[in-house]
Design a protein around this ligand. Structure first.
Ligand SMILES: [Fe+2]
Ligand SMILES: [Fe+2]
Length: 265
């Protein structure tokens, strides 16, 4: 695991470099999916396509408020670049569905609920919810990859999986920064709450997408095991003890800003 917490500037550089190094997808081959495969995965892919397709207005809004507090303005750009990658995921999945003759979904209850949840939250909860989604995505797209012989869909999944590895890291590192300096007991309580919410999210996703994942050879036990293996890694990555004092500029900047405001009075 990458021991270093990247700065927002480094994250922007990563996202820009990644955009120039995407896998080639042989769209001209067509969907290449069988009727049996499509029957098992189509509804599920439609829902994930919708989930990837978010404008992230609330997330950007929270990032702006945080930037004003912390002075980390490049975080806003990094969040925008991340959302751009999610929208690319949505575009490639939509293109696959179109090739397979399946209409994209307009709005589903699960998606509406997920969005409602994020809109109610401040940055820390918003990032926590998104991190859970990214972790589950890492397992889901691996299962979807194995659920089809379609070279196009398999390639789409490979690209998404590569991206999601870094997305989990991006979200986890921000949680570490947000929680730096917080009493250890509160950090551990936060992790416990996150684990409980994650367990619930895993069950809901299995209920909705278990059929598609089973088609990829992921029974419930395998899905559950893999999801928790990924989550444990993320919990290590989001440990605020990894933040070096020089990186904890958030509080420092806040203090400096307050001091400036006081002396200006
Ligand atoms: Fe995604
Ligand atoms: Fe993602």
């Amino acid at each position: 695991m990458d021991a270093k917490i990247r700065s927002s500037h480094e994250w922007c550089q990563y996202f820009l470099a990644n955009a120039g190094a995407l896998l080639e997808i042989a769209w001209e081959q067509g969907a290449g999916v069988t009727a049996v495969e499509l029957d098992a995965i189509a509804e599920s892919v439609r829902e994930f396509q919708l989930g990837e397709n978010a404008e992230g207005r609330h997330f950007v809004g929270s990032a702006k408020a945080y930037a004003a507090r912390s002075g980390d303005y490049e975080y806003i750009d990094a969040v925008r670049l991340l959302i751009g990658e999610e929208q690319r995921h949505a575009r490639t999945l939509a293109k696959f569905l179109e090739l397979a003759g399946v209409p994209v979904a307009q709005r589903t209850t699960a998606d509406a609920l997920f969005r409602w949840l994020r809109k109610r939250a401040g940055l820390e909860i918003c990032v926590s919810v998104l991190l859970s989604a990214e972790v589950i995505a890492k397992v889901y797209y691996a299962a979807l990859h194995d659920a089809t012989g379609s070279p196009v869909l398999r390639r789409v999944c490979e690209q998404i999986l590569r991206d999601e590895v870094e997305h989990v890291r991006f979200q986890a590192q921000r949680l570490a920064l947000l929680r730096a300096g917080r009493p250890r007991i509160l950090v551990l309580l936060g992790h416990a709450a996150h684990r409980a919410a994650f367990a619930g999210a895993c069950l809901v996703v299995w209920w909705k997408h278990g059929r598609a994942m089973r088609a990829g050879g992921f029974g419930f036990r395998r899905y559950w095991r893999e999801a928790w293996r990924e989550m444990r890694q993320a919990l290590v990555e989001m440990d605020p003890r990894r933040v070096r004092p020089t990186q904890n500029h958030h509080r420092g900047t806040e203090t400096r800003r307050m001091k400036r405001a006081m002396s200006a009075r």
